[in-house]
Design a protein around this ligand. Structure first.
Ligand SMILES: [Zn+2]
Length: 343
């Protein structure tokens, strides 16, 4: 019943494995991190906070597509849009240097085509609505550059709403008028609404407004480890009702455990509460998180597939967790408009 490591690798080769959240583009932009070079696998120690992702290790991990999440320091708000554009530029430059290895993709069909051509699919998302700088039109502009999701909040209040924790947190405040317009504009522009980091009230208000599936790109679940960063069972069921997906994070402090089985515990809880059409991978690699032992970098991903199978997850559900659920959401929120290159 349970898969060997070789069998897990064979499964990855056959299906489309996708991860919803890595902060690698910031390293490329600010530190000149070379995505095409193999970086040494970090040791399983507390200092392992970035350097988790590159093209050789994405291949080794059997990953078809990686969402690169573009984040910004929110103060001052002015400059946040430029900071996202700069990370998009860094990714575009990597694709221009390695066109046979890396492809910019927006749809499920794009990801499948990239895999068939032996290229790693890159997808883009934004972490934090401050990147809009209060301009609704920024959503269309980012969409035209290929951005597929907008994380409404990060670690501070912005024009859209309030974070689960951080500067300006307020449990009683929901989405602003601008925030409600932003959710509608995302749907118009084929940008998936990402509810990671938003406070509980804003979470449910956004789901109420949404007419398309949403995602929570990277989170733990409170049913396994109660923590301000993790979403509860009611939130999981609401995402299931919406047809969306939830990327389970690989960060020890949000998982409440240091072994790969902590990730399995969170994924199994999502299945128990919300069904097998909801869980996905949301590593948060390169996001200053410490991944669990056995999952030190993206190359180690087949270990998670083995660990899930040992706990009784059948291949059909593995395919959904490892990428099928994300492909479904990508298809349900069609990419929109013509793709534009760097300005
Ligand atoms: Zn985050």
């Amino acid at each position: 019943m349970s898969l060997t490591l070789d069998e897990a690798r064979a499964l990855h080769a056959e299906i489309c494995v996708l991860d919803l959240h890595a902060d690698t583009a910031k390293l490329m932009d600010k530190l000149g991190y070379d995505l095409a070079a193999r970086h040494e696998r970090p040791m399983p120690r507390r200092v392992n906070v970035f350097g988790h992702v590159d093209l050789p290790r994405l291949r080794e991990g059997g990953v078809a597509g990686q969402f690169f999440s573009f984040w910004t320091t929110p103060y001052p708000e002015r400059g946040c849009a430029r900071a996202v554009a700069s990370q998009l530029d860094a990714l575009d430059a990597a694709m221009a240097r390695h066109p046979a290895e890396l492809a910019w993709t927006r749809t499920g069909a794009d990801v499948r085509a990239a895999k068939a051509a032996g290229r790693i699919a890159a997808l883009g998302g934004i972490e934090g609505g401050q990147a809009l700088e209060g301009q609704l039109g920024a959503i269309e502009a980012f969409s035209r550059r290929g951005v597929r999701y907008l994380g409404l909040l990060h670690f501070s209040a912005n024009a859209i709403g309030r974070p689960a924790k951080g500067r300006g947190a307020d449990a009683d405040a929901g989405l602003t008028g601008f925030g409600r317009d932003a959710v509608r504009e995302c749907e118009r522009c084929g940008v998936i609404v990402d509810l990671a980091h938003i406070n509980r009230r804003g979470f449910f208000e956004a789901l109420e407004l949404a007419t398309r599936p949403v995602m929570v790109s990277h989170t733990g679940v409170a049913g396994v480890h109660p923590h301000w960063r993790n979403i509860d069972d009611e939130q999981l069921r609401a995402v299931a009702d919406n047809g969306g997906c939830v990327g389970v994070i690989f960060a020890r402090r949000f998982l409440g455990g240091a072994s790969i089985d902590a990730v399995v515990d969170h994924i199994l809880h999502v299945i128990d509460v919300a069904g097998e059409d909801v869980p996905a991978l949301g590593s948060d690699f390169d996001g200053f998180v410490v991944p669990p032992i056995g999952l030190e970098d993206v190359a180690a991903l087949p270990n998670l597939t083995v660990a899930l199978s040992r706990r009784g997850v059948p291949p059909r559900a593995l395919e959904k967790i490892l990428g099928g659920n994300v492909l479904r959401v990508l298809d349900a929120v069609p990419a929109w408009g013509a793709l534009e290159g760097p300005a």
